[in-house]
Design a protein around this ligand. Structure first.
Ligand code: TTP
Ligand code: MG
Length: 398
């Protein structure tokens, strides 16, 4: 079973909690300019027909005693972090999808914490006890249905879609509720007279593919109660990076190349230590006038060897036309995943073998570095370099 947890009127609820004069009042969170739109509305304001993305002037017309509160993202982010932490006590598989919502895969957690409903109730209680905020939880055997379920009894609700109910729910689900269906897709749905997800089943795969592209197959699967998507941990959103400020600003290609190699090794080591792989490589350059650029490359496969990271970073660097001297070089990796996540087998065998060879070199280097320190062993070409202003300056991982 998968849980989808979504906070109720998140920004507004935080403000109502922190300012008792706002309790039970129609409140919107918004900027104050003429062109501002509503970020969110308290449930009291929603009764007047006010909702997210509505221009503030229109919201005011709908409710003359509406209270407008400016947002405080720092506060919402801090609360969001605490909420996600609470969820992570119940399962290692928590996928945060926005500031106030996450999927939690509770497979295997039931012996410890009880039935899915028990887990939902406990999570709700803990969030309420620690943050005085309510949320709504959807529980379903399919990921997309858990999100739909969390919206069914808002605010402060718990909705379960049992395996035996999946067929019926899917059959009658309004098509616009299916995640990923936007305005343009809806236009095609109207032409085809598709009103529910069940209606999709009236069409063959070739027709659906012609009309909706890749999404056609996905829709057909969903309409048959099949959703292979899994809850992915949030490594995918995090990054590891390392940067260094040079002793003096330089323009020399070879020296910068060496620095990129140096950073790639640090990042690669950190990645392997955490048993992760990455699917995106980033480089950052800061120039003598303090301006900076970043360039990134999404990879077809996941990597963790330092040499693979270096090769990608170097190819990004080569594409940059240097006009100013460089004062800082950084290499980073994002789209991180557990190393054991199955990788699509699209690699040419040769590349795969090469990758494995590099990984074994890396693991030997890592264990020597672990024992004797990182200064003991490096790529030969790095030995002469001593351009850093301070060792490992700016190394960070988050
Ligand atoms: P939502 O979860 O979509 O909305 P909500 O939590 O306010 O209300 P609900 O009870 O229906 O879940 O979004 C979470 C927060 O994200 C919301 O409080 C404010 C912010 N947000 C915006 O800034 N702009 C938007 O257009 C939307 C939809 C949300
Ligand atoms: Mg919400």
């Amino acid at each position: 079973m998968i849980l989808h947890i979504d906070m109720d009127a998140f920004f507004a609820a935080v403000e109502q909690r922190d300012n008792p004069t706002l309790k039970n009042k129609p409140v919107i969170i918004s900027g104050n300019s003429k062109r501002s739109v509503v970020a969110t509305a308290s449930y009291e304001a929603r009764k007047f027909g006010i909702g997210s993305a509505m221009p503030v002037f229109q919201a005011k017309q709908k409710c003359d005693h509406l209270i407008i509160v400016p947002g405080n993202m720092k506060k919402y982010r801090a609360d969001s972090k605490k909420i996600m932490e609470i969820m992570s006590h119940f399962s290692p598989l928590v996928e945060q999808v926005s500031i106030d919502e996450a999927y939690v895969d509770i497979e295997g957690c039931e012996r410890l914490f009880g039935s899915p409903e028990d887990i939902a109730r406990t999570i709700k209680k803990q969030i309420y006890n620690e943050l005085s905020l309510t949320c709504s939880v959807g529980i379903a055997p399919l990921k997309f249905l858990s999100k739909i379920a969390s919206d069914m009894n808002k605010p402060d609700g718990i909705t379960i879609i049992k395996r035996s109910q999946v067929k019926d729910v899917v059959f009658s689900l309004p098509i616009q509720k299916v995640p990923g269906i936007g305005k343009n897709t809806m236009k095609i749905m109207k032409i085809l007279q598709i009103k529910t997800l069940g209606d999709i089943n009236k069409f063959s795969l070739p027709i659906l593919t012609r009309k909706f592209g890749k999404m056609g197959q996905k829709l057909l699967e969903l309409s048959n109660g099949i959703d292979p998507s899994k809850v992915e941990t949030n490594y995918t959103r995090k990054s590891i990076s390392s940067e260094t400020t040079l002793l003096k600003d330089i323009f020399d290609f070879e020296t910068i190349k060496q620095m990129i190699l140096d950073r790639s090794q640090i990042v690669g080591r950190e990645l392997r230590k955490k048993n992760l792989v990455c699917e995106n490589v980033v480089i950052k350059l800061k120039f003598s006038d303090f301006s900076q650029i970043t360039r990134s490359k999404k990879l077809d496969t996941s990597i963790c060897s330092s040499s693979a990271i270096f090769n990608e970073a170097l190819s990004l660097y080569k594409k940059i036309q240097l006009k100013k001297r460089i004062r800082l070089v950084g290499v980073g990796v994002t789209a991180l995943k557990d190393k054991n996540t199955p990788v699509q087998m699209q690699l040419i065998q040769d590349l795969d073998r090469q990758k494995k060879q590099w990984e074994s070199v890396d693991s030997a280097v890592d264990s020597i570095s672990e024992k004797f320190g990182t200064h003991i062993i490096k790529k030969a070409s790095l030995n002469e370099i001593n351009y850093r202003r301070k060792p490992d300056a700016g190394k960070n991982s988050n």
